[in-house]
Design a protein around this ligand. Structure first.
Ligand code: ADP
Length: 642
C-alpha cells in the first residue's frame, strides 16, 4: 500500500514531521493537505540545501535536515509545524515584512549576508549572517499560500571577510604610518606596480611596463646602476632583495628608500614575481649621515667591537691616520698598526677588558700612514643591549703624541737635572775640600817660624789658585747655561786671529797638557784665519775642545789644525782617545748629557752644550767624527763675518 504521507520521506526532519499528529492542528490530517503543499514538502525534505517553508495564515513552519543547525538545538525539533512567529520570535520583525511581501504578490526577496541575531544552540542570541531568498508557493487556485525559504548561513565567511578587511585596513594603516609601501615586479609580464601607499613616499603610485622604466622614472640618477644590479641579482638568484637608494619625487625632493623583497613562485616552483616593501628611511639616514659627519669631523678615532672582540667599525679618522682600509683594519687587523713594543700589552689589556667587560685605558704608539709612530690614548667601555646582554665594546683613540713627548722630555729633563745636581755637588765638593785643607795648613804654617815657610806658602797659594779657578770655571759654566737659556749671552765684537788666540789658550793650558803627560800641541801657521768675533767666547770654544781632548784623549798625541777659506775659518781638534759610541754621539751637545761614567771622568756635561750654543750664536757649525775606542775629531767652523 502506498504511504499517504510519502512527502515526509525518511530524513530526520521528515520523520519528525511524520510523527506529529497533524489532525490535532489547524492544518488537519497530513494526507488531506493540498497537493501543492505535499509537492513542496516532498521536494524540501528530500533536498540537501537548507530550505524551510512558512505555510498558511499562521505561517506554519517546516524545515529540512540542512536547516537544523540554523533552527538550533534550543528549538529543534520543537519548531517543526509551529507558528512562524513562535519559532523566529527574536527576528520576526525582520522576517514578517518579507513574508508579507511575498504573500501579497510582491515577488521574491533576496538578502545577501543579512545580519540576523538568532537564538543559538545555547539559547542565547548569536551574531549570524545569511544569504537567502523568500519565494511564493501557489495553491491550485492560483493564490499564494506559502513562502519557501532557501537559505545559506554565511556567518563564517562574513566574519573571515570582516577580519580580512580589518587586517588589510590595519596593514594599510601600519604601512602608511610607518611610511611604507608595497610593490611588485611581475616576472612573467615584466610589469612593475607600486601600491597606493607608495604615494605617501614617492609622491605618486604607478604602473610601469618594465623595471627599467620604473628605475629611470623615480630613482636618483646616481643610484640607478646599483638599483638595476641589485634587482637583477635578486631575480636571478631568487634570494631576498634588500637595497637602499634615493628617489626623486615629482616635487624634486630627494628621499632615502630601503626596499626589501622576496621572489614568489608558482605551483611548479617557477618564480612569477618579486614583491616587497619600501620604507622611507630619509630621517634615519639623515640622522646616520649627521652622526657620520660628526664622527668624521672629530679628531678622535672611533671604533666598535663585537661580542667576540673583533672590530666591526672604525671611523674615517682611523683610516686617514693609519692608512689602513676596512679590509686590513677590521677584525683584529687594527693591532698591526700598534707599535711592536706595545702590541702585546695592548692585546692583553684589550682581552682582559673584554673578559671582565670593564672600562679600559691604554696608551700606545700608533703607526701612521707615513710610517711614523704617534702616542695615543685608547679608551673603551663595554656595550650592552636592551636586555642587558654584553654586545661588545665602543671606544675612542686620541692622539696625545705632542703632550706625551713633552711629558717624556720633561721626565728626561728632570732626571738630567737630578743627575746634574749630584755631579755638580760632587764636582764642587772636590776643590772645596782641597781648599779647606789648604786654608787649614796655611794657618798652621803662618804660626810657624820656619825659613822654608815662604816657599811652601807659595806652593799652597798656587794650589788654592788652581782650585779657585776650577770652581770659578764650574760656576761660570753654570751661569753661561742660564745666560743661554734666558738669551742673555752677550758678545763684544772685534777682529781676532784664531791662530794667535789658539796659541794663547794652548799656552795657558800647557800645565794641564804636561800634567796629563801630553806633548804640547803645535799649531801650523795658517794665513787669513781671522774673523770678527767675541774673543772671550771663542777662547771658551777652544778651551772646551782642548780640555775635553786632554780629559778623554787617553794620553795619545793630540793634533790641532786651523783651516781657512774666503768666508770661514775652522778649528779642528783631533784626539786618539776613548771616542764616543754611535748611540751617544747624538746626545753630547745637549745640556747635562755625558757619555762617560762620572766616577771615572769629572765634568758637568755642559762644555759641549755651551760650545755649540756659542758656535750657533756666531752662525757657525760644530761637527764630530768619532769611533768608540779610536778617538774623536771635533771641528768648529765660524764665518769670518757674522
Ligand atoms: P763634560 O766633559 O763635562 O762631561 P762636555 O759637554 O764637554 O761635558 O762633553 C759631553 C760628553 O761628551 C762628555 O761627558 C764625554 O762623554 C763626551 N766627550 C766630549 N769630548 C770628548 C772627546 N774628545 N772624546 C770622547 N768623548 C768626549
Amino acid at each position: 500500500m502506498t504511504d499517504p504521507c510519502y512527502f515526509f520521506g525518511n530524513s530526520i526532519t521528515g520523520k519528525i514531521a511524520r510523527s506529529i499528529d497533524w489532525a490535532e492542528t489547524s492544518l488537519g490530517k497530513a494526507e488531506d493537505w493540498p497537493d501543492c503543499l505535499k509537492l513542496i514538502l516532498g521536494m524540501m525534505y528530500g533536498n540537501l540545501h537548507p530550505v524551510c517553508l512558512f505555510w498558511g495564515p499562521e505561517h506554519k513552519y517546516f524545515y529540512n535536515d540542512s536547516y537544523i543547525p540554523i533552527v538550533g538545538a534550543s528549538k529543534h525539533p520543537w519548531a517543526m509545524g509551529k507558528k512562524g512567529k513562535l519559532v523566529w520570535n527574536e527576528i520576526w520583525e525582520y522576517l514578517l515584512p518579507q513574508i508579507n511581501q511575498v504573500l501579497s504578490g510582491g515577488g521574491a526577496t533576496w538578502n545577501e549576508d543579512q545580519y540576523l541575531p538568532i537564538i543559538g544552540d545555547d539559547g542565547k542570541p548569536r551574531d549570524a549572517f545569511f544569504t537567502y531568498s523568500y519565494s511564493p508557493v501557489y495553491e491550485e487556485n492560483g493564490n499564494i499560500y506559502g513562502v519557501l525559504v532557501t537559505c545559506t548561513e554565511t556567518t563564517r565567511r562574513v566574519i573571515v571577510d570582516k577580519k580580512l578587511r580589518e587586517s588589510q585596513e590595519s596593514l594599510q594603516l601600519a604601512l602608511s604610518s610607518a611610511k611604507m609601501g608595497t610593490w611588485e615586479v611581475n616576472l612573467i609580464t615584466s610589469k612593475v606596480s607600486l601600491s597606493e601607499e607608495t604615494r605617501e613616499i614617492f609622491g605618486f603610485s604607478n604602473e610601469y611596463e618594465s623595471a627599467d622604466t620604473a628605475i629611470d622614472d623615480f630613482i636618483h640618477p646616481e643610484d640607478r646602476a646599483h638599483a638595476r644590479e641589485f634587482l637583477r641579482r635578486a631575480v636571478e638568484s631568487g634570494k631576498p632583495y634588500d637595497d637602499v637608494y634615493r628617489i626623486v619625487r615629482p616635487d624634486g625632493e630627494i628621499r632615502w628608500i630601503n626596499s626589501k623583497g622576496q621572489a614568489r613562485y608558482d605551483y611548479t616552483g617557477k618564480p612569477v614575481s618579486l614583491a616587497g616593501l619600501t620604507f622611507d628611511i630619509t630621517e634615519k639616514r639623515e640622522a646616520q649621515l649627521n652622526y657620520e659627519r660628526i664622527v668624521d669631523s672629530s679628531p678622535a678615532m672611533l671604533w666598535i667591537t663585537g661580542q667576540d672582540g673583533r672590530c666591526t667599525y672604525l671611523s674615517k679618522q682611523w683610516y686617514e691616520n693609519t692608512g689602513q682600509t676596512p679590509e686590513t683594519g677590521l677584525g683584529f687587523g687594527w693591532l698591526d698598526a700598534t707599535h711592536p713594543d706595545d702590541a702585546e700589552r695592548a692585546e692583553k689589556v684589550f682581552e682582559e677588558a673584554n673578559r671582565e667587560r670593564k672600562l679600559f685605558y691604554l696608551e700606545y704608539r700608533l703607526k701612521q700612514k707615513n710610517g711614523e709612530y704617534r702616542w695615543c690614548i685608547d679608551t673603551g667601555n663595554a656595550r650592552f643591549n636592551d636586555k642587558g646582554e654584553f654586545v661588545g665594546f665602543a671606544g675612542t683613540v686620541i692622539d696625545i703624541h705632542d703632550r706625551k713627548t713633552a711629558e717624556i722630555k720633561t721626565e728626561e729633563a728632570l732626571q738630567a737635572r737630578d743627575e746634574f745636581l749630584s755631579i755638580a755637588s760632587h764636582e764642587l765638593k772636590t776643590p772645596l775640600t782641597t781648599l779647606k785643607l789648604q786654608t787649614g795648613l796655611q794657618q798652621r804654617f803662618n804660626k810657624m817660624n820656619n825659613e822654608n815657610v815662604k816657599e811652601r806658602f807659595q806652593t799652597f797659594l798656587n794650589l788654592t789658585d788652581t782650585h779657585v779657578k776650577r770652581i770659578s770655571r764650574l760656576v761660570e759654566d753654570m751661569l753661561d747655561v742660564s745666560r743661554i737659556r734666558t738669551g742673555k749671552l752677550s758678545f763684544e765684537w772685534e777682529n781676532i786671529d784664531l791662530c794667535e788666540l789658539a796659541a794663547d789658550v794652548i799656552g795657558r793650558l800647557s800645565d794641564q797638557f804636561t800634567r796629563s803627560s801630553y806633548d804640547i800641541p803645535v799649531i801650523k801657521r795658517c794665513e787669513g784665519a781671522s774673523g770678527y768675533w767675541d774673543r772671550m767666547r771663542v777662547e771658551q770654544i777652544v778651551t772646551n775642545l782642548l780640555t775635553n781632548a786632554i780629559k778623554y784623549g787617553n794620553k795619545n798625541p793630540i793634533s790641532i789644525s786651523i783651516e781657512s777659506d774666503d768666508k770661514n775659518v775652522s778649528f779642528i781638534v783631533k784626539d786618539q782617545g776613548i771616542g764616543i759610541s754611535e748611540e751617544n754621539v747624538g746626545k753630547i751637545f745637549n745640556r747635562f748629557e755625558r757619555a762617560v761614567n762620572s766616577n771615572e771622568y769629572s765634568g758637568l756635561g755642559l762644555g759641549l752644550y755651551i760650545t755649540k750654543q756659542i758656535v750657533l750664536s756666531l752662525k757657525g757649525e760644530i761637527t764630530v767624527k768619532t769611533k768608540l775606542g779610536e778617538g774623536s775629531t771635533f771641528k768648529v767652523t765660524l764665518p769670518k763675518l757674522v
